[in-house]
Design a protein around this ligand. Structure first.
Ligand code: PLP
Ligand code: CBF
Length: 826
């Protein structure tokens, strides 16, 4: 093919200085300096942890000028700022990402080599800040990277959990949770700040007359804690912008009561400290399965209140009036977790700053935007009224009034429609009376968005239909994206070298530039190099598996990857059943020449989610079966990779040939793992769900393996009365598999362990596993055949990468800036 003109050729040799003029020698001097003056250890006697801390200090130094410059720049230009509120940030390790974004990587590698050290070894020592559960928290982290890269003024706000997402171990096939002590050796990436705020809980409310005789409300709280900010610099890629992620730690207002201590009650003297610190102690592990726990609401209110007080303070420091707050700030609610911010801003403006209701509502309603991330009813947050009112009595009053005024308005719009009023009320009357946070978020926001086209459509047509009908202009779609810096450039250097060499580097900041690769889709030599790069990643993952799990996998086999949270709607059990069906066919000789395949699974189950934990046990039991049977072990390997996390993801995504995105249609709001695999050249097998639909549209139907019922078909099947057992009776393959599990044939006679799972599938199957089984099997046969044609598969893989431009979070952030935040993009 015609050589595409690279707009900026990659260099063959590493430059001795980076763009900012930093050389390896400069970095070496700085490293030696920090080893002595920051860490306080002679280099010769230093541990890898010492080396990591010295190295982190070197990198942090390089960000500080830009960080101060960014803050100063925002102040000077009195810019409009985004406050991004998220209860979760699944950041992943900072070190190598910062080196990439600051353009310091080659020089740093060289500097360390000069002192006899290896960057990768030191980087592996960094504990991962796992301050999130999965997709939602990782999205927030990708957004921060894109916001800085696009020079958008933002303050990210969240919680500084002392213990992040648990570390997962697998013992005898079962998940065991271990606490994540990510802060135990200190965190070199955070910078303490001098401000702090007080946040109140419990107590009662009262009215009083102010100086002018006006009736006002106030909250008389019973308990107060202090919020202390810790800032993490977020450097953009190839820009001087370094934004701030501000995470709050809870502390006692008075951490040690000397009078109690003096009276002899030693424990009592520190009790307040312990109770207060509990608030930011630990990340709640369950996602998509909300339990109305008071501590969780305390966490949400704590970080939201601190963040709002901070923004109001910064606004006033600029000499602005609070009535213009919404002109200078826009606040995005990452799901409903921070939606308590709506009554909190009302309270701060009315009770602390004497605003009237109408003036406060005008500011509040023009400030917030709300992103919904799920349609699963069990994940939509609602708080029992007693719990809510006991903890936040003033907020409950304000919510009642927001609701009353809103419903009055709706009654005049839709007279005599009581059913609609009940549906639209913030207060849920079904079962235990509750505050429904998604409704509060919708009513209190100027903009509401879903995270993929189908998801937004379902929000508009179903979950939030009454509101959409009333104010359609507030709704829009913002399909998620992921940062190509961490998820391609950092994770997959071999492929990236090949891409840079072929089409130049402009795609780093405009991922649509990858389209230039399409010119090479039929170039056999190029496809051979493409495959070689992928095989490098597969060999590296195979080595990791061999070293950590003592399982030998063949890098030449197809790597079929299913990594994400373990959940029934994500259907890891569908895949496990399918592997068992292949096992049966190989054993009975009906599958003669199977395509050698390595089936990789990874993901954490919420500790209280019994069925998800049983799904992990099923996968591990299937692994024991097929990996040890001489009839199958040379053509099939099943691996459950423990402790799926950002760093492990960086290792897995580049090694994927096949990306499993097999959720029940209509259940996965978007998915972002699917985008990471597509970018790295994996071909997707998936349902018409979430972002899969848009992935298929972008890469072309012929480069995507589609199976399963659609969302409307699922709804129809349910309506007609879904009978999973009928699918079992009809499919001999499925029957053999289910019977094999029930009888214990596969698992050494054990018929009891998986009985709840099998019973659930045969009698209820809420996620349509049995209905989709045959279709999944048929399409998997096509996948296996396609994989054997190396060039045709390479072409599909290349086209997936080439057409993944839409799924950069840079594109997503541009859309938010244009449509919701009204912020210019650099
Ligand atoms: N967990 C981690 C560690 C991730 O990196 C991702 C990536 O997006 C997710 C969860 C979400 O995965 P998915 O979108 O496939 O559910
Ligand atoms: O939008 C980001 C992700 O959020 C979730 O993980 C969530 O927590 N609700 C969804 O389940 C994903 O579909 C989505 O990609």
């Amino acid at each position: 093919p015609q050589q595409h003109e690279p707009e900026q050729q990659a260099q063959d040799t590493q430059p001795s200085e980076n763009r900012a003029g930093t050389s390896a020698k400069d970095l070496e001097i700085s490293f030696r300096n920090h080893m002595t003056h920051t860490v306080g250890r002679p280099l010769e006697n230093s541990s890898i942890l010492d080396q990591y801390h010295a190295l982190a200090a070197v990198v942090r130094d390089r960000m500080m000028d830009q960080w101060l410059e960014t803050i100063e720049n925002y102040k000077q230009h009195n810019v409009r700022v985004l406050g991004y509120l998220s209860a979760e940030y699944l950041l992943g390790p900072h070190l190598e990402n910062a080196l990439l974004n600051l353009d310091l990587r080659p020089q740093m590698e060289e500097a360390l080599k000069n002192v006899g050290l290896d960057l990768a070894t030191i980087a592996a020592e960094e504990p991962e800040p796992g301050l999130g559960n999965g997709g939602l928290g990782r999205l927030a982290a990708c957004f921060m990277d894109s916001l800085s890269t696009l020079d958008v003024p933002v303050l990210g706000y969240g919680l500084r959990y002392e213990f992040g997402i648990f570390r997962q171990e697998i013992v005898d096939g079962w998940q065991v949770e271990k606490s994540d002590k990510w802060l135990q050796y200190g965190n070199p990436w955070e910078i303490g700040a001098s401000t702090s705020y007080e946040v109140c809980f419990f107590g009662h409310t009262e009215t009083y007359n102010d100086d002018q005789g006006l009736l006002r409300h106030r909250w008389v709280p019973e308990h107060t804690v202090k919020g202390i900010p810790y800032d993490t610099p977020i450097p953009g890629y190839q820009t001087r912008t370094v934004n701030r992620l501000r995470l709050w730690k809870a502390a006692a207002v008075d951490s040690f009561d000397l009078s109690i201590f003096n009276s002899g009650d030693y424990m009592g003297a520190v009790r307040q400290k312990m109770e207060s610190e509990t608030i930011s102690k630990v990340l709640y592990p369950p996602d998509e399965q909300i339990q109305g726990k008071r501590l969780r609401l305390m966490q949400q209110y704590f970080f939201t209140s601190c963040s709002l007080q901070d923004m109001l303070r910064l606004h006033c420091m600029r000499g602005e009036k609070l009535s213009t707050f919404h002109e200078k700030w826009t606040i995005q609610l990452n799901d409903t977790h921070p939606s308590i911010g709506i009554p909190e801003l009302m309270r701060l403006l009315m009770d602390n700053h004497n605003f009237s209701w109408d003036d406060a509502w005008n500011v509040t309603q023009k400030t917030f935007g709300y992103t919904n991330h799920t349609l699963l009813p069990e994940a939509l947050e609602r708080w029992p009224l007693d719990l809510f009112g006991g903890l936040l009595p003033r907020h409950l009053e304000i919510i009642y009034e927001i609701n009353e005024r809103f419903l009055d308005d709706m009654r005049s719009r839709y007279p005599n429609d009581d059913a609609r009023m009940r549906r639209m009320s913030i207060i849920g009357e079904e079962g235990e009376r509750s505050v429904q946070m998604a409704k509060l978020a919708v009513i209190g926001s100027k903009a509401i968005n879903g995270v993929a086209e189908l998801h937004t459509q379902l929000l508009e047509q179903d979950t939030l239909h009454d509101y959409y009908e009333t104010f359609p202009e507030r709704f829009s779609n913002k399909t998620n994206g992921v940062t190509p810096r961490r998820w391609l450039m950092l994770s997959n250097p071999c492929l990236v070298d090949l891409i840079n060499e072929t089409i130049g580097t402009r795609w780093h900041k405009d991922l649509y530039g990858l389209r230039g690769l399409e010119h090479f889709a039929d170039d056999k030599n190029f496809l051979a190099r493409w495959r070689q790069a992928q095989e490098g990643c597969k060999s590296s993952l195979a080595k990791y598996i061999s070293q950590n799990l003592s399982i030998t996998v063949d890098p030449a086999s197809m790597f079929d990857v299913h990594v994400k949270r373990i959940h029934e709607y994500k259907r890891q059990h569908l895949k496990a059943l399918h592997i068992l069906s292949l096992y049966c066919q190989i054993k009975n000789g009906t599958l003669k020449n199977p395509t050698p395949t390595t089936y990789l699974f990874g993901g954490k189950a919420a500790p209280s989610y019994v069925m998800a934990k049983l799904m992990i046990k099923l996968v591990c039991s299937v692994a024991d079966l097929v990996n040890n049977d001489p009839a199958t072990r040379d053509v099939m390997k099943v691996v459950f990779l423990p402790n799926y996390s950002v760093s492990l993801g960086q290792h897995i995504y580049p090694a994927a040939d096949l990306s499993e995105q097999i959720s029940t249609a209509g259940k996965e709001a978007s998915g972002t793992g699917c985008m990471k695999m597509m970018m790295n050249g994996a071909v997707t097998i998936g349902t018409l769900d979430g972002a899969n639909i848009e992935i298929r549209k972008e890469c072309g139907e012929e480069n995507f393996f589609l199976f399963g019922l659609t969302a409307p078909q699922i709804a129809d099947t349910l309506h007609a009365g879904y009978q999973p057992r009928a699918y079992y009776e009809r499919s001999p393959l499925l029957k053999e598999v289910m019977d094999g599990i029930t009888s214990g044939r596969f698992f050494g006679g054990n018929s009891a362990t998986f009985a709840p799972l099998v019973d659930n599938l045969l009698s209820w199957d809420p996620f349509f596993v049995l209905a989709d089984f045959d279709s999944y099997d048929t399409v998997h046969t096509q996948v296996s055949d396609a994989y054997r044609d190396t060039n045709a598969w390479g072409r599909m893989s290349l086209l997936n990468t080439a057409r993944s431009g839409k799924f950069s979070s840079d594109r997503t952030i541009r859309e938010y800036c244009r449509d919701i935040w009204k912020l210019p993009v650099g």
